[in-house]
Design a protein. Structure first.
Length: 165
């Protein structure tokens, strides 16, 4: 009986040690779980904050895009307004040192040729609503005069120097 009692006490002692080690491991696991729960809560809050920031930034991007579109439209309108009183000469050879005085002389020369072209038999022109004069499709250069919001005169000069007296 004594042996049984010793065996029972040894078994009980081993069981108590195992229970203590299991309880220690269980406490460690509980602490790890609490840490994981705190991390999950923190990450969840952080995720919620990020979603709010993203939504706010998306709204701001939309407003910025609308503002950019508005500015582009204003810029285009401003550029259109700037070009209202411009003269554009096309297909005329570019000379190296052009200045304002040279360009004015060239325009005067072109307009003189245009007056000459009115008497030339080769040149055919049509007046359309007082805003468009066009010669035949054999043109050496084209010139556009812009004034106000409408194009006043566009003509294609075809007679080059043949009409010149």
């Amino acid at each position: 009986m004594k042996e049984m009692k010793e065996l029972f006490l040894d078994t009980q002692k081993n069981n108590n040690e195992q229970i203590k080690s299991i309880l220690t491991a269980l406490k460690d696991i509980q602490q790890v779980n609490e840490g994981i729960q705190k991390s999950i809560t923190f990450l969840s809050d952080q995720n919620s904050d990020f979603q709010k920031k993203i939504a706010s930034l998306e709204i701001q991007v939309k407003k910025d895009m609308e503002y950019i579109t508005l500015l582009e439209n204003k810029l285009e309108e401003s550029q259109r307004t700037e070009r209202k009183n411009n003269i554009e000469i096309k297909n005329v050879p570019l000379k190296g040192a052009e200045n304002k005085q040279h360009l004015i002389k060239m325009i005067y020369s072109i307009l003189s040729l245009f007056v000459c072209a009115n008497t030339c038999q080769q040149c055919k022109y049509a007046l359309s609503g007082g805003t468009h004069i066009a010669f035949s499709h054999y043109c050496n250069f084209a010139m556009e005069f812009m004034a106000g919001s409408k194009m006043n005169i566009i003509f294609l000069y075809t007679c080059t120097f043949a009409c010149n007296p």
